[in-house]
Structure formats: structure tokens, C-alpha cells
Design a protein. Structure first.
Ligand code: ADP
Ligand code: MG
Ligand code: ZN
Length: 617
């Protein structure tokens, strides 16, 4: 943009100057009338002429009435001869002021040269502008090797993040507090002969606050913070990555003590010699350069490199050895207490109505990361604003939880009456089986309003955060998953495409159960398949088989058996509790959604009724 503006400016200047030149060249300074020599002589003899000015072969004649006339004469003939030849009255001539000037050279030269000069100037200006642009591009090319690291200086109060802004993550903060101490007071450690750690690796799933935490370290230690993402090292041109690494560390050394933060380290730090595609070599060079730089600082260079990744398993072993990223800080998806704390951090600047209990929100959001929770409150604020409320209430938050989990509601996606009925039975099947199996997660909501890609949904939430899952829980989950499909078949005698997602999920879980967790009695306690973490076009392309053809067959058999068992369990429940299912469907057809309390009530009501019938009979 700046360039275009500048060029326009040049063109404008050129245009102005050219038009100025032309105007001086073309327009006469005074209005002169042409006159022939005989008339001139006549005028002189009559005493009408005030003065004569001779410029080369032109005679400017100023008359008594101040008009100016121009007379041409032969260049060879002198004025004296001319007057003599034409018999000018010498007495009259004495009255006239005669002035002979050599044509003022600038003017005449300009007049002579301008026709050549203008195109020349134009071309020169054009070349000049082109040159400048090329130079600009050149200097940009020179900039290429420079790191694009963003710096947050300690004076920058607005972007400053401290540990206060990071909720939960207690262990990680403790570990990093030590790093802050190193940066603030290195002497204390050096005097005891301790080696200051050079690298800290933050490991955790996306959105758990790795970037945030490393910025907090810089904020706490009050040192400059250089951040760059791993993917920014690698560009189209060979050697750029390595040169960017060099530049980054050069900058860092100038500003030491400081923190260098490399986000998404896995983009460059993947195991060497294992990649696919042409950029592999480039990546290796970049990685090598990082290793060289990290080895390069001595004890007194007070730079700490913090790197973040969600794939520590694929990092090159050389990165992880002592003296490089030898400290690991693990960030996990937050626990319920941490979630509450994170919600509190993000709730600081938002007005909530009194019915909002952040603890309850935390309960409803197992598996949410810090980023999800931040997003959740933001969505809730948007919902509230859309409804012109001044405060965010619980309904807004619940609504946005579902939006974050399942995608936005699609009210316009209207189901026909029959489709709605099929969907209602499908969801009622999921919900019923989930309710009846003690190991399944309780049902929070059933709905036939479509969301994202699903026609309806049954929202189940675990009672507590789960770190370990038992086989019984897996089996219950499987039965719940197939229940939709089973119900459709049982009630309508036919199945729809609505169940395909459920079946895919069920197959995936069964596969994990057998192949990763060793939960199959037939195949025994071992894992099957070695996952090669080759990432190509964003997808894992290989799952290496480390078992025989025969075992593969057995695995397939086991998968089918697990699913068949799940179908049996589900079918049993559905047949036994068909009347409950019909009750659920009735409500769904009327109200489209059932919340947890109402859902439980359907079952309690039944109990009362059956008690009564018992009393009667
Ligand atoms: P990562 O780098 O691990 O993918 P980020 O550090 O970028 O995740 O986190 C994204 C956002 O999530 C942060 O900007 C912050 O708003 C929120 N967040 C994550 N973890 C926390 C936390 N522990 N406390 C407060 N906010 C958090
Ligand atoms: Mg990040
Ligand atoms: Zn389903």
C-alpha cells in the first residue's frame, strides 16, 4: 500500500512539472502582434515608437500606447543597415530607446532542448522508479532470512501476562516459578555450580495454555520475550529456516536475559530422517541450527528457550537430551477445580446475573480446555448481547456449552413429521439405554433439534472427570451408541442413515478396546499395531501392522462380537422398557427437547404408577 501511494506521488510530481514546462514553453509572455518592416519604419518616422529591443533576428517594438509588436528581420543584416536602407528619419530614431540584447541563453536553450529533454526526463524518471522498486524487493529478500520473532518487552504493560492470568495448572506454575527465579537471580545458582536450564518443553493438548504460560513466565521475570512459531521457520526457500534461527538467537543474545519461545516445536523438531516430501531437508537444517545455537550458549548467557508442543512423542531425541529441552512441564486438560478457576479468570470483565454458578458450569464441561472455556464464555456473552440483555445468565451459558460441543442449532433444518418421529425414537433409544445401564454416563438432555450434522442428540455427561475408564464403562458406552440403530430397527423395522455416525464411533471404540487397551479376553493383554507418526498432508497415513494375517482375522471377529453383544444388551432394555421409550418420544414430539430433571421424572413417575398398581392388585 505504502509503495503504491509513493509511486502515485512520483507520477503526480512528474505530471505537474511537465505541464509547468509546457506552459512556459508554449504560452507567450505577452500578447505580441506581428508587424512587417515597412510598418515599423512608418511608425518610427511618425514618432509612435517608444523603444526597440533587438533579440537576435527579432525586433520587439514597444509603441507609445504600450502595445508590443514583433518584427522579424534577416539575421545577417544589422539594424543600422536596415534603418539606412529603409530611410528611417534619424531625428525620430534619436527619440527611440534602442536596446540590443543577446537572447537570454537559458530561455533559448530551453526552447531548443525541451522537445528532446521531456521524453528523456520521462524515461529517466520511469527507470528511477523501477530501480527503486527492484531495490525494495531486494532489500525485502534480504530481510527474508531474519526471524519474524515478535517481541514483548517487559515495559509493555498492556500485553503483559502474569501467573495471575493463568488459572489452575498448579504443578506447571511451580515448575516454571523456578525458571523465573533463574532469570531474575542467576548468580545464586551459578555460585553453587548449578547449570541453568537452557530449555523447557511445555507439553499438552491444544488450548491448555502453553502459549499463555510461557508469556506469563516472561511477565513474571520482567524480561523480554521473543516468540516465534515453528512453522514460521520453514518457507519456500532453502536455508531460510536456519538463517532465521541464527537471527532469532542473535537478537536474543543482545537482549539477554530473555526468553525465546518457540511455539509448535513439532513443526521443525520432528524426528530427523523420517519425513516425506521436499521440505524435509530444510526442516532438518533448521532443527540442527536450533541444536547448535542451544549448545552455543555458555553458562553466563542468560537465555531460556521455552518450546511448546502437543506431540512430544514425535520430537527428535536430540532435542530432549540434557542441555537442551531437558525440562518438561506437562499441561493437562483442566480438572473441575481448575475449570472453575479458569472460568473465574475469564469472567472478570463480564457481567453475570445471579443465577450463574461457575462451579455448575465447570461441572457441565468435562474435557473442556482453557481455550474452550474462554470460547464458551465469549459465546455466552454473544448470545446475551443478541437477546439485548445487560447480563449473561445461566441459559446463555448452557446454550453455548451445547454449541461448543455439538455445533450451532439449526432451527431451519426442518424434519418432516415422520423424520421427526424416527429421530425421536432414535434419541429416546440412546437415552433409555444410557439411563438403564449403571455404568453409562447420565443423560443431561435429549433433543430432536438438529445441531451441526446430527438430526438430534442425546447429551450425556460424566459425573466426574475421568482419568481412567473401565471395561464395563466402555461396554455401556457401546450399548448406548448402538441403541439408536437398534431402536429404529425394532420400532420401524427399517433403519436410516442417521445411525451411521454412531456405528462408526462404536467401531472405533471397540477397536481401541481390543488393540490398544488389551481388553479382549480372546486376544489377550497386548497391543496390536504400531502407530507410525508420519504426518503427511495433516493425516496419519500408516498404522503398521505388527501382527499376523490370522490375528487380523481374529481382531475383526472380536470387533463384530463386541458390537453384537452391545446390540443384544441394548435390545433387551428397549424391549423391556418400551413403554418408557414411548413416553420419552411423546414428550420429544411435543417439546423437542427434554432436560435432565424432566427426563428423570418420566422414570420416577413410572415407579409411582407401578407402586400404585401393585397396591391395587
Ligand atoms: P496452547 O498454546 O496450549 O494451544 P493457549 O495458551 O494459546 O493454548 O491458550 C488459548 C487461550 O485459552 C488462552 O489465550 C486463554 O485465554 C485460555 N486459557 C488456556 N488455559 C488457561 C488457563 N489455565 N487459565 C486461563 N486461561 C487459559
Ligand atoms: Mg499455543
Ligand atoms: Zn444416534
Amino acid at each position: 500500500m505504502k509503495n503504491i501511494a509513493r509511486n502515485l506521488f512520483y507520477v503526480f510530481i512528474a505530471f505537474i512539472s511537465i505541464s509547468l514546462l509546457f506552459s512556459t514553453y508554449l504560452s507567450p509572455t505577452q500578447n505580441k502582434t506581428d508587424m512587417d518592416i515597412t510598418t515599423m519604419v512608418e511608425k518610427i518616422n511618425n514618432g509612435d515608437v517608444k523603444s526597440i529591443k533587438i533579440i537576435n533576428d527579432k525586433i520587439d517594438l514597444t509603441l507609445k500606447d504600450d502595445t508590443v509588436a514583433e518584427v522579424s528581420k534577416e539575421p545577417t543584416e544589422s539594424l543600422g543597415e536596415l534603418f539606412k536602407n529603409y530611410n528611417v528619419n534619424p531625428d525620430q530614431l534619436k527619440q527611440v530607446k534602442v536596446e540590443v540584447t543577446q537572447d537570454s541563453s537559458v530561455d533559448s536553450w530551453l526552447k531548443l532542448l525541451l522537445p528532446f529533454l521531456i521524453p528523456f526526463v520521462l524515461v529517466a524518471a520511469f527507470i528511477y522508479i523501477m530501480m527503486r522498486q527492484v531495490q525494495g524487493a531486494n532489500s525485502r529478500a534480504m530481510m527474508f532470512g531474519q526471524s519474524k520473532a515478535r517481541e514483548v518487552a517487559p515495559q509493555d504493560k498492556k500485553n503483559k501476562v502474569t501467573f495471575r492470568d493463568v488459572a489452575g495448572a498448579k504443578e506447571a506454575k511451580e515448575e516454571l516459578a523456578e525458571i523465573v527465579e533463574f532469570l531474575k537471580n542467576p548468580k545464586k545458582f551459578i555460585n553453587l555450580g548449578a547449570r541453568i536450564p537452557k530449555g523447557v518443553l511445555l507439553v499438552g493438548p491444544p488450548g491448555t495454555g502453553k502459549t499463555l504460560l510461557s508469556r506469563a513466565v516472561a511477565g513474571e521475570a520482567n524480561v523480554p520475550f521473543f516468540s516465534i512459531s515453528g512453522s514460521e521457520f520453514v518457507e519456500m526457500f532453502v536455508g531460510v529456516g536456519a538463517s532465521r534461527v541464527r537471527d532469532l538467537f542473535r537478537k536474543a543474545k543482545r537482549n539477554s536475559p530473555c526468553i525465546v519461545f518457540i511455539d509448535e516445536l513439532d513443526a521443525v523438531g520432528r524426528q530427523r530422517g523420517a519425513g516425506l516430501g521436499g521440505s524435509n531437508d530444510e526442516r532438518e537444517q533448521t532443527l540442527n541450527q536450533i541444536l547448535v545455537e542451544m549448545d552455543g550458549f555458555d553458562v553466563t548467557t542468560n537465555i531460556i528457550v521455552i518450546a511448546a508442543t502437543n506431540r512430544p512423542d514425535i520430537l527428535d531425541a536430540a532435542l530432549l537430551r540434557p542441555g537442551r529441552f531437558d525440562r518438561r512441564v506437562v499441561l493437562d486438560a483442566p480438572s473441575i477445580d481448575d475449570r472453575e478457576a479458569i472460568l473465574k479468570v475469564h469472567a472478570r470483565k463480564k457481567p453475570f446475573s445471579d443465577d450463574v454458578d461457575l462451579r455448575k458450569v465447570a461441572q457441565r464441561t468435562p474435557g473442556f480446555t482453557g481455550a474452550d472455556l474462554n470460547n464458551l464464555l465469549n459465546e455466552a456473552a454473544i448470545f446475551a448481547a443478541r437477546k439485548n440483555k445487560t447480563k449473561i445468565d445461566l441459559a446463555d451459558i448452557l446454550e453455548s456449552i451445547e454449541k461448543v460441543i455439538l455445533g450451532p442449532e439449526r432451527k431451519s433444518h426442518l424434519l418432516s413429521e415422520h423424520e421427526k418421529k424416527v429421530t425421536a425414537y432414535h434419541e429416546a433409544g440412546h437415552a433409555l439405554v444410557a439411563h438403564e445401564l449403571p455404568n453409562a454416563d447420565p443423560v443431561h438432555k435429549v433433543s430432536v433439534v438438529s445441531r451441526g450434522r446430527a438430526a438430534g442428540y442425546t447429551l450425556k455427561l460424566p459425573l466426574r472427570d475421568k482419568y481412567l475408564q473401565t471395561k464395563e464403562e466402555f461396554l455401556a458406552e457401546l450399548a448406548v451408541l448402538v441403541a439408536g440403530h437398534v431402536t429404529e430397527k425394532e420400532v420401524f423395522g427399517d433403519v436410516t442413515t442417521g445411525a451411521s455416525n454412531d456405528l462408526r464411533e462404536a467401531t472405533k471404540i471397540t477397536k481401541q478396546l481390543i488393540m490398544q487397551y488389551g481388553m479382549s479376553d480372546v486376544l489377550g493383554q497386548r497391543t496390536f499395531g504400531k502407530r507410525e507418526e508420519l504426518i503427511f498432508l495433516g493425516k496419519e497415513i500408516t498404522e503398521q501392522r505388527d501382527y499376523s494375517e490370522k490375528v487380523a482375522e481374529q481382531i475383526d471377529g472380536e470387533i463384530s462380537r463386541f458390537i453384537a453383544d452391545a446390540i443384544k444388551t441394548a435390545l433387551n432394555i428397549i424391549k423391556k422398557k418400551r413403554n418408557k421409550m414411548d413416553d420419552i418420544v411423546e414428550v420429544l414430539m411435543k417439546k423437542e427437547t427434554i432436560e435432565q430433571a424432566e427426563f428423570e421424572a418420566i422414570f420416577d413417575e413410572g415407579k409411582e404408577k407401578s407402586n400404585i398398581t401393585e397396591v391395587i392388585s
